[in-house]
Design a protein around this ligand. Sequence first.
Ligand SMILES: NC(=O)c1ccc[n+]([C@@H]2O[C@H](COP(=O)([O-])OP(=O)(O)OC[C@H]3O[C@@H](n4cnc5c(N)ncnc54)[C@H](OP(=O)(O)O)[C@@H]3O)[C@@H](O)[C@H]2O)c1
Length: 311
Amino acid sequence: MLQLVEQPDPVPGEGQVVIDVEVADTLWLETAVRSGAGQDYWPMRPPYVPGNGVAGRVMRLGAGVDSGLNGRRVVAHTGNEGGYADRAVVAADALSSVPDGLDLTVAAALLHDGPTALALFDITKVSPGDAVVVIGASGGLGVLLVQLGRACGARVVAVARGAKLDRVRELGPDAVIDSEHPDWLAQARATLPAAGADVVLDNVGGGLGEASFALVAPAGRFSGHGTPSGRFAQVDQTTADRHGIVVTGIEAVQMSEDDLKRYTERALRAAVAGTLAPVIGQTFTLDQAGSAHAAIESRAVFGKTLLIARI
Ligand SMILES: NC(=O)c1ccc[n+]([C@@H]2O[C@H](COP(=O)([O-])OP(=O)(O)OC[C@H]3O[C@@H](n4cnc5c(N)ncnc54)[C@H](OP(=O)(O)O)[C@@H]3O)[C@@H](O)[C@H]2O)c1
C-alpha cells in the first residue's frame, strides 16, 4: 500500500542538502521491493518512503556545503528510499548539476536508465557495425539501449510485444520482433548475420532471456541483468565458455558512487547532445504513486514512468 502522508520538512545534516523535488523517478525494482521481495538486499520495512532518485532544485544547505549550490537544478540518487517526496535529503557530493536547457523531467528519466544503458554498452563493448539484440525494448532501459545502438552505428534488433511494438518501431531499430510470436527466436535469427548477434542485452530474464542466449554469436557478449519475468536468465556457463561468449549479469551494473555519478553526468551530456532521449510514457502525481506501481506491475506502461511532485 502506498499512501501520501505529511511529515515535517527535513533538516540537512553536515554535508547534506535538501532538494525541492520536481520529479521523482520510479523503477520496476521499487514495485518488487514494495511487495516485500528481495529482503536480503533491500531490507526496507513499512512504513518507509520508497524511491531511489529525484530531480529538483537545492533549497537548503547543511553545514559545510558550498553556498554556490543554493538554487542549483540537480538530479540525485537517494539510496534505496526517500525519493517519492517533495523534499529529499542527499549528500551534497551526490548531486549532479542538470545542464541549462535540459528539462528536469528528462533529467529524472535518465537518472537510473541512462547510467545503466551507457555502462551496459561499455561492459559488452558494443562497436559500430555490431549486431545488438535488445530484449524488452519497450521498457525505460530498453528504449535507451535501442537509441544508443543506433547512435553508435550498430545493427539493432528490438524484441518487445503486443501493442507496444509500434512504439518501439518509432525508435528506428533495424528490426522489431514480437516476443509473443511462437517463432520469435527464428524470426530474430533471420534478421542477424549468419553467426548471430555480437551482443544480447536481456532486460526481461526468465525463459525469454534464456531463449535469447541462443542468438549470441561465438565470441559474443550476453548481459542477463533483467528480472521483470520473475528471475534472471540462467545461462549455461559451460556452453558460454565453449563458444567464447562473455556472460555478465546484474553485478556488472552495480556501480560505486563515483562511477554512478560519472555515468549520470555522461547521460545528461548525451541528452543535451541528443544521443539519449528518454521516452516518458506516463506520469503520475505523488499521491498517485500507488497507481504508478499498479500500472508498472500490470505491464501497462511504455518507456519511463515518473512521479511529478510539483503540481
Ligand atoms: N533501469 C535501470 O537503471 C536498471 C539498472 C539495473 C538493472 N535493471 C533491470 O533491468 C530490467 C529492466 O529495467 P527497466 O527499468 O527497463 O524496467 P521497465 O521499464 O519496467 O521495463 C521492463 C521490461 O520488461 C518487460 N516485462 C515486464 N514484465 C514482464 C514479464 N512479467 N514478463 C516478461 N516481460 C516483462 C516489459 O515489457 P512489457 O511491458 O511488454 O511486458 C519491459 O520491456 C529490470 O529487471 C531492472 O531491475 C534496470
